[in-house]
Design a protein around this ligand. Structure first.
Ligand SMILES: O=C(CO)COP(=O)(O)O
Length: 141
């Protein structure tokens, strides 16, 4: 599975804790992240993370583009709801696309834990069916 990890600055310590706690689950998957979050996750876990641009510089849009191609299976986006973000439209666009493509998305630590445990239990396996079915993608277009 392809997993995107994104955290706003105030949430990066949480992301480091989450990634370290669920390292054994994450290591079986392909990890993607916005620039600074990717470094935080790589440092916390030692795992390989494909890093895109930093969020404010277009990283959210790059991950959004993968969602729009149905090439992202799960997104953990630890948003900071208490700080205004200069790239709020990009954040909203990414979340909107996840809803368009029924991509599982967690925006806080608690839901992220449930998603990762669900991933481990096979509850996200339906994504393989979605990705393997091109007509499904056309259906969304
Ligand atoms: O701003 C972000 C998501 O909107 C995160 O970007 P960074 O991981 O580069 O800090």
């Amino acid at each position: 599975m392809k997993i995107a990890l994104i955290a706003h600055d105030e949430k990066k310590p949480q992301m480091a804790r989450l990634a370290a706690a669920y390292r054994e689950i994450l290591r079986g998957h392909e990890l993607f992240a916005t620039g600074h979050t990717g470094k935080v996750v790589a440092d916390a876990t030692g795992l390989t993370v494909k890093c895109f641009n930093s969020g404010p510089l277009g990283g959210d849009q790059e991950i959004g583009a993968l969602i729009a191609q149905n090439k992202m299976d799960l997104v953990i986006f630890l948003r900071d709801p208490l700080t205004a973000q200069p790239h709020e439209p990009d954040v909203n666009a990414l979340i909107r696309l996840a809803d368009v493509y029924d991509t599982p998305l967690a925006t806080n630590f608690g839901t992220a834990e449930v998603l990762l445990r669900g991933l481990d239990a096979g509850f996200v396996d339906f994504r393989q069916l979605v990705n393997g079915d091109e007509s499904k993608h056309e259906h969304y277009e």
